[in-house]
Write a protein that binds this ligand. Sequence first.
Ligand code: 5GP
Length: 237
Amino acid sequence: MQKGQMLYEGKAKKIFRTDDENIYWVVYKDDATAFNGAKKGQVANKGLLNNKISSLFFKMLKKEGIDNHFIENISENEQLIKKVEIINVEVVVRNVATGSLVKRLGFTEGEELSEPIVEFYYKNDALNDPFINEDHIKILKLADPGQVQQMREQGLRVNTVLKRFMEQLGIILVDFKLEFGVDSEGKVLLADEISPDTCRFWDIKTQEKLDKDRFRQDLGGVEEAYQEILKRLEAKI
Ligand code: 5GP
């Protein structure tokens, strides 16, 4: 497989074409950003850690019947993925109240939700990824109602599988963000990454944060937290 022209450079990854038009080549970067790029930094080995962690999650989800864009790892910080047309909607699923749910809607920090909440955000840096509903998604033509329904259902299925899996590692799956794309057959396919950059993970015993909130909130030990997630995953898988 040959790496071709770069198609896109995001905050955490670069995407390249390959000599197969249906396959893209992803390079995970060590760059860390938060608050829509307002806070910038580098986390040593983040690219390598998120590549490995995300690959393990995607493989596990596939085994559990949740298809996704992951094909294979090609180096410590690179993977091949199926080409999809990304839907510009971020799907957030929550089990415990924290972050913007507390700030915006007055939930109590750390409160366990009686059932998971699914939210949609418009993936648009210029607008700061605003909270949107299904009507906005339809009128903005980001996705049709059937696709929204599929993103919601897949989001909840990922939550069920991932929450149970993380519990076995002694970790609470607090919340996470997913992205989806449309593949060459028109199917809505789970894409992007699943990692401590995109999920909140709290240690069950100590409540210690093992995710990007350590970077967002200047708590230190960011690399160590990501290493801890990988260590527990590798011990289990
Ligand atoms: P909140 O809305 O509370 O800030 O975030 C909810 C969840 O979605 C958290 O797990 C957070 O990491 C994830 N999330 C939401 N938006 C983004 C984003 O633009 N980038 C990343 N990496 N994660 C996000």
